[in-house]
Design a protein around this ligand. Structure first.
Ligand SMILES: Cc1cc2nc3c(=O)[nH]c(=O)nc-3n(C[C@H](O)[C@H](O)[C@H](O)COP(=O)(O)OP(=O)(O)OC[C@H]3O[C@@H](n4cnc5c(N)ncnc54)[C@H](O)[C@@H]3O)c2cc1C
Length: 407
């Protein structure tokens, strides 16, 4: 299937002390995207160019979250990429998901971010930990974007330190009463269904949180302040407020006390999507800068003739390829059902820093024109910074990586 990192048919032909020399002509890694992945990529690219690009600067300016675009993406199967067909999804894998996110984000990071939050976080959590009844109830509607999904972990005082959350759920017979505030929630206002992780045990104890699925019209559940952001402005980010909000016990996902563990698993997959979003932004900024550098004349020649510019392009291209390889490694592990905790943190950390660096250099290559909204690099530059923050900052990724390698 798809990309393969297998080294296959390895035959040791000579054994030296501690060294095995392998000789086989079939020893190779296949980096070619298969036909389905390529087709999915073309569809996403065409959609982004036709339906996102013409309006994205208006949405960016007014901070409009363009719900109809997500309904259209739902018709194309891009809002339920990883959801199995039996729940109405596309039943595709991480290579296709990564390709879709890249193609959309090459054009507009905001739409890429929202597609990622909907697919990986909300739907991903229900797919991984929902009961059969919960999956049947919510996944078909999420897959078509009849429902827009949100996922709430972060709170005003607990971002990186998410295990110390204050938002509580207290059991009352067959119901739970939720109180508190979640912040920075993608689609916190416009979502129809939200997965929320609340504290159900004592502060700073293990296994003290539980995940619930909430529908928008649940009494006591409302949206708070909408953030006015630097970038990703067409992706809605708001508070979610719970004021004696009652939910039935059948809204609970998994066991009481498993919420944080579930959230960490969901973020392992989510970080691949932020890495893919980052890579899309980096590629979009690089391609714009490459083209501009060949067209812009100074001192009677294209600026790409100057080593100061061509070396920037060389660094950008190299770092983009390195980020892509890390992401493909994660997709390969995911497609084999293996753990990606370390690898997805590496991919997210590296790709997001590359997105910031490449889009910064792209603005530099455009000179003064790059500082205006007439050219795309200004938006890539603003959008890219979210990638080093959302779903765990770069510092938190390094903590995850260090913990894994020091085990
Ligand atoms: C646009 C946007 C969309 C988002 N969408 C969602 C969403 O849908 N759902 C959701 O739950 N959350 C969402 N978030 C929240 C996001 O995941 C958090 O912002 C992020 O985890 C960081 O938390 P914080 O903002 O509270 O920063 P803090 O945790 O306060 O961190 C501040 C700084 O301190 C550093 N720091 C913290 N702890 C350590 C440490 N131990 N060692 C070294 N450095 C440390 C951080 O790296 C950072 O540089 C979103 C955020 C944004 C900006």
């Amino acid at each position: 299937m798809l990309l393969s990192f297998h080294l296959y048919k390895l035959t040791p032909v000579s054994i030296l002390p501690n060294v095995i020399i392998l000789h086989d002509k079939s020893r190779s890694m296949d980096f070619t995207l298969n036909e389905i992945t390529q087709q999915v990529g073309h569809t996403a690219r065409d959609f982004a160019l036709q339906h996102i690009k013409p309006q994205m600067m208006d949405w960016d300016e007014s901070q409009e979250f363009p719900v109809p675009v997500f309904k259209e993406l739902g018709k194309l199967g891009m809002m339920g990429v990883l959801i199995p067909e039996k729940y109405g999804g596309s039943g595709l894998g991480y290579f296709e998901y990564n390709t879709i996110l890249q193609e959309i984000s090459k054009v507009c990071g905001s739409i890429g971010l929202s597609v990622a939050a909907h697919n990986s976080l909300c739907s991903g959590h229900i797919l991984a930990f929902g009961s059969e009844a919960q999956k049947q109830k919510y996944l078909p509607k999420l897959a078509t974007a009849e429902y827009i999904g949100a996922w709430g972990l972060t709170e005003p005082n607990t971002g990186s330190d998410a295990g110390n959350m204050k938002c509580t759920a207290v059991r009352d017979g067959d119901e739970w009463i939720l109180n508190g505030t979640k912040c920075w929630i993608t689609h916190g206002k416009s979502s129809d269904v939200a997965v929320v992780i609340c504290r159900t045990g004592e502060p700073r104890t293990r296994d003290n949180s539980t995940a619930f699925i909430l529908e928008r019209n649940t009494p006591g559940f409302s949206a708070g302040k909408k953030e006015n952001k630097l970038g990703m402005r067409a992706s809605e980010t708001t508070e979610m407020i719970f004021d004696n909000c009652r939910v039935k016990d059948d809204s609970r996902m998994g066991e009481v006390g498993d919420g944080f563990k579930q959230a960490m698993y969901v973020l392992d997959g989510g970080r691949i999507s932020i890495a893919a979003l980052s890579l899309g932004i980096a590629k979009g900024a690089y391609q714009a800068a490459l083209q501009y550098s060949k067209e812009r004349q100074q001192f009677d020649q294209p600026i790409s003739n100057f080593q100061g510019i061509s070396f920037k392009l060389a660094d950008m291209a190299t770092e983009i390829m390195a980020a892509e390889l890390l992401i493909n490694k994660c997709c390969d592990l995911k497609s084999k059902g293996q753990s990606v905790t370390k690898e997805s943190a590496m991919a997210k950390y590296y790709a997001s820093e590359v997105a910031v660096k490449v889009s910064t250099e792209a603005v530099q290559i455009f000179g003064g024109y790059g500082y205006t909204k007439d050219f795309p690099v200004e938006k890539f530059y603003r959008d890219s910074k979210l990638c080093t923050i959302g779903e765990g900052t770069s510092e938190i990724q390094k903590i995850v990586i260090a913990r894994e390698i020091l085990k």
